[in-house]
Write a protein that binds this ligand. Structure first.
Ligand code: NAD
Length: 454
């Protein structure tokens, strides 16, 4: 495939200024929603073929998020795209200052496989809302969903505006050889570095939505049962293949036993299984084997079972874990929950801070001082107090990482901003021009200037 030709077409179309019309953007977003709605059955079937994800989870964690992003953008584009007047300093009076959001141009979105629809389409929606053209490269690992997105988008949109290109490392490497106006990448830290390097060659700005080890810190005095219920849901959703899943738990040693009992109870209550559509497969054999090797049988408190034929690893809780254990050396990205303990909160904070900045952090506490201490001292992308994962669904919050967990953010208005350049304009009239700044300079001019502008 001639990628340069596709990008040239998109750039040409962008330069016709069609995408800068708000009604055009709204029309395209409505069209996208219509296509997805009409083809929901196909979307459910494809994701089930990839990793047996149920209709329930596909709707709640993929489609509903996409629909909400489209609806919000349609309702707010006019407001987001408005030029914003700002104050003008004395040095530029009489004059006005304003900021115009302008679309970056031609965007490359590279998606991950774990939530293949929303991680590909939500950035594309934000880019369209901002007035850009989009090339979308979904993950080849979730091949059925990739093919479905390619079919639906490519049959229903003009390729010079919105085009899906399928492929793996080879194709993505070739696409990255072409200059885009912005690259939005979701995936691993290692590949994020490759994308960043490739973008640097063209001075292309990037948003990198990466991963890492997201902790859940649990103190004394909480509602243990509700904490366990929320954490179990957040961890085993999508069989733990969630970038913001609590990777590991740090619990106050005084409540460890009660917490473990509650965790076991809620895993049992959830009745996780593939045949009853309450659970999800591991995406492929490579990941199945990687996860299998992270489980130390001597440290299994609950679970530990698997079914290689079905690529299932049952919810597994590990105890007596140290930071030096194998399971603590990499992002787990699967249904294994290591539980570590702490005696005092300073130690827990120190340990979390010894690792790269996480994408998320969850704090379960009723103690305001501890909550504020953690929020102040640990740097992380985003998170929740007394809950986990649900901050992702809050459209009024920017979603993104910091440090090793990413660069930039999106969702709602923040997605629009991610694909917009904010053009600063100072506008003057011709009716007056004080002579103060012009040569020949003099000490009296300098005196006046100091008095006027400080
Ligand atoms: P990945 O980095 O392997 O792949 C992501 C994308 O990059 C895919 O489209 C793939 O085709 C492409 N790619 C892979 N290798 C490449 C290379 N050498 N050159 C160019 N492109 C390449 O990630 P994944 O396995 O799809 O996803 C898992 C990772 O993504 C985890 O670390 C997870 O935490 C992270 N993630 C982050 C978010 C977030 O929103 N921050 C969301 C989902 C997943």
């Amino acid at each position: 495939m001639n990628y340069q030709c596709i990008i040239d077409q998109q750039r040409h179309f962008f330069n016709t200024n069609t995408t800068k019309d708000i009604p055009f953007r709204i029309k395209q977003l409505k069209h996208l929603k219509d296509i997805l709605k009409k083809n929901e059955t196909l979307l459910y079937e494809s994701i089930y073929s990839d990793f047996k994800k149920s209709e329930f989870e596909t709707y709640t964690t993929e489609l509903s998020i996409i629909y909400h992003e489209i609806d919000l953008a349609i309702a707010k584009i006019k407001k987001w795209a408005k030029k914003k007047k700002v104050s003008t300093g004395l040095a530029n009076l009489p004059g006005t200052s304003y900021i115009i959001p302008e679309p970056y141009g031609t965007i490359l979105v590279i998606g991950a496989w774990n939530y293949p629809y929303q991680l590909s389409l939500c950035p594309a929606i934000a880019a369209i809302a901002a007035g850009c053209t989009v090339v979308l490269k979904p993950s080849e690992i979730s091949s059925h969903t990739s093919a479905t997105m390619a079919a639906l988008i490519n049959q229903n949109f003009d390729p010079s505006f919105f085009k899906v290109i399928e492929g793996g490392v080879k194709e993505t490497t070739n696409i990255l050889g072409v200059k885009f106006d912005k690259i939005f990448f979701t995936g691993s830290v290692n590949v994020g570095q490759i994308i960043y390097l490739a973008a640097a060659k063209h001075l292309t700005p990037v948003t990198l939505e990466l991963g890492g080890k997201s902790p859940a810190i649990i103190t004394e005095g909480i509602d243990i049962d509700m904490t366990a219920k929320r954490l179990v849901w957040a961890k085993f959703l999508n069989a733990g293949q969630t970038c913001i899943a609590p990777d590991y738990v740090l619990v106050a040693s005084t409540i460890l036993d009660q917490f473990l009992v509650a965790v076991k109870k809620h895993i049992k209550n959830a009745n996780y299984g593939i045949s009853n559509h309450n659970y999800t497969q591991i995406i492929n054999d490579k990941n199945f084997n990687r996860l299998y090797n992270l489980i130390d049988p001597n440290k299994v408190y609950f679970g530990g079972g698997n079914n290689p034929k079905e690529r299932v690893i049952f919810p597994t809780v590990l105890t007596n874990i140290e930071f030096s254990d194998k399971v603590m050396q990499e992002e787990i990205f699967g249904p294994i929950l290591p539980i570590l303990t702490f005696q005092n909160i300073e130690d827990a904070i120190k340990k979390v801070k010894s690792l790269p900045k996480p994408l998320s952090c969850y704090i379960f506490t009723k103690n305001k001082v501890i909550k504020n201490k953690i929020l102040k001292e640990i740097s992380f992308g985003g998170g929740a107090v007394n809950d986990a994962v649900m901050h992702f669904a809050e459209q009024s919050l920017p979603f993104g990482g910091v440090g090793d967990s990413g660069i930039g953010s999106y969702h709602g208005k923040y997605g629009f901003e991610t694909f917009s350049h904010y053009k600063s304009i100072l506008q003057k009239s011709f009716w007056i021009e004080p002579n103060l700044k012009y040569a020949p300079y003099s000490s009296s001019k300098l005196k006046w200037l100091k008095w006027l502008i400080g």
